[in-house]
Design a protein around this ligand. Structure first.
Ligand code: NAD
Length: 278
């Protein structure tokens, strides 16, 4: 199983497919991440707010996998943007993870009603300069938020991690990212199971044509668009299924068919809008 690597705008590389642990219960996280590492995942996406950084760290420590073969992302939570709080927050995350640096640190949400995401971004720049994070990026930032942090600091995030799946493709953000050499990380790549994505005709027929599951067809669609994905499951069989998407290729017609699942009016969004998250 060879997972493709993506080069970020700071020259570092990230495995294009990883394992996301949102909603993996803390008590089950070490087991789940250990299984993911056994299956072959080398990229783990967690966050302070998920409450399971200790379990991620325990699995990494127990694995014996060399640190430079792993890519670990965590995120700064919304109530820690002000003052020196981001410095304390990364120290706490690193302590829980048992690491001296993360590969990628993200501002989790812009929380525009607090008007402090520029400060948070400036703090992440310092965290990177001190070697506590190798690369820095943002999550849930829309175009005005992205333009503001770049104008204020001149530092372009390496990624923007946004809700993105066939019914909600965020083309405005994705186009901005492509024009500014920012990679898109697609969270909720399977729509979080909140709509009938797998039964949609272009997905079902592409899956049948390649003798793969609908989830694999959707993950392959992300990969061919260049998105970085980290689907979540706590079941070993699905962990194996979800990483097994590098042995087939969707045709242009199949890609266009899945592209057409976005109604284009934003109604396919399944989770919170960034302007509403505090
Ligand atoms: P997802 O789209 O990965 O959906 C997960 C659900 O899909 C699981 O609960 C499981 O029931 C189902 N599933 C997984 N594999 C399947 C398969 N092969 N077949 C059938 N069903 C399958 O949604 P997610 O977990 O929300 O997103 C993935 C990751 O993105 C998270 O774990 C987290 O790391 C990240 N994330 C980030 C943010 C953010 O604000 N930055 C928000 C949500 C998620």
């Amino acid at each position: 199983m060879t997972v493709s690597q993506i080069t970020l705008n700071d020259g570092n590389t990230i495995p294009q497919l990883g394992y996301g642990v949102f909603k993996v219960p803390p008590a089950d996280t070490e087991r789940a991440v250990s299984e993911a590492l056994e299956v072959g995942y080398r990229h783990i996406d967690t966050a302070a707010i998920y409450g399971n950084e200790e379990g991620v760290g325990a699995a990494i420590a127990a694995s014996g996998i060399p640190r430079d073969e792993l890519f670990v992302t965590t995120k700064l939570w919304n109530d820690r943007h002000d003052g020196d709080e981001p410095d304390a927050a990364i120290d706490e995350s690193l302590s829980k993870l048992g690491l001296d640096r993360v590969d990628l640190y993200l501002v989790h949400w812009p929380t525009p009603m607090r008007d402090n995401y520029v400060h948070a971004w400036e703090k992440l720049i310092g965290i990177r300069e001190r070697g506590r994070a190798t690369s820095i990026g943002v999550s849930n930032f829309l175009v005005p938020h992205l333009e503001r942090i770049v104008a204020a600091t001149g530092v372009v995030p390496v990624v923007d991690q946004i809700e993105l799946h066939p019914a909600y493709q965020q083309r405005e953000v994705a186009d901005w990212a492509a024009a500014h050499d920012v990679r898109v990380e697609a969270w909720g790549p399977l729509g979080q199971g909140k709509y009938d994505l797998f039964g949609a005709e272009p997905v079902a027929s592409a899956a049948a044509a390649h003798a793969v599951t609908p989830a694999q067809a959707v993950l392959r669609w992300h990969i061919q668009h260049g998105f970085i994905v980290f689907p979540k499951s706590v079941r070993r069989a699905r962990l194996e299924e979800n990483i097994d998407v590098f042995g087939f290729e969707l045709t242009d017609a199949e890609m266009r068919g899945i592209d057409a699942l976005d109604p284009g009016d934003g109604s396919g969004r399944v989770s919170a809008h960034p302007d509403d998250v505090d």
